[in-house]
Ligand binder design. Sequence first.
Ligand SMILES: [Zn+2]
Ligand SMILES: [Zn+2]
Length: 223
Amino acid sequence: MDISMQTIMGVLITHNHNDHIRGLEVLTRKNSLPAFTTDKIWESVLSPKNKISRDCIREIPLLQKFHLAGFDIEAFPVCHDAPETIGFHICAGDKKITIVTDLGHICQTAAPYIQSANLLVIESNYDEQMLMNGQYPYYLKARIKSDHGHLGNHQTSAFLADIISDNLSHICLAHLSKNNNSPEIALETLQQTFSQRGIVLNGEQRISILNRNMPTDMIRLIE
Ligand SMILES: [Zn+2]
Ligand SMILES: [Zn+2]
């Protein structure tokens, strides 16, 4: 994104699955970057294979604010099949950002953090039909659909239809499955759900579908 690594002040880690930490060792080592997550997640991340320098390890509490780079950040637990998985609620001034990927359902602890966001990055992992008709073995389909797996397009859309208000200025659908989803289908499901529920976005509200392999354009919450 043409951002100098010198301006990056930390990395936030949500859980130990490989698609989230594969680059962590190199990233922290090359840039002496601190990485932040809970002690339980660190326990599950660190292994003889994954040698993160002690200097880069920062432990953060659950459900308690910590301060980083001018932001107040709070980690909240979500339901997913890792030893522990968290989402992040990031506040700067009166703007709130919530980032939540990898959750099987939206539990009561996570809901308020999601509902109060101005900018929400939320998983819309799979299209239900594509998943069920696809090539994955049954146990994997069951895992993905379970309460500790991932959110499907209809689940995410229905939840967003329940909570949307003028407060929510930007929705980013994220963590789309390569095999069981497409940006077009995820967007169409959300738009259809909104239209069935009579929800019309105000002129300022934006929906983005985050690309799996490319950085997202900068989103400015404050002009
Ligand atoms: Zn995961
Ligand atoms: Zn993931």
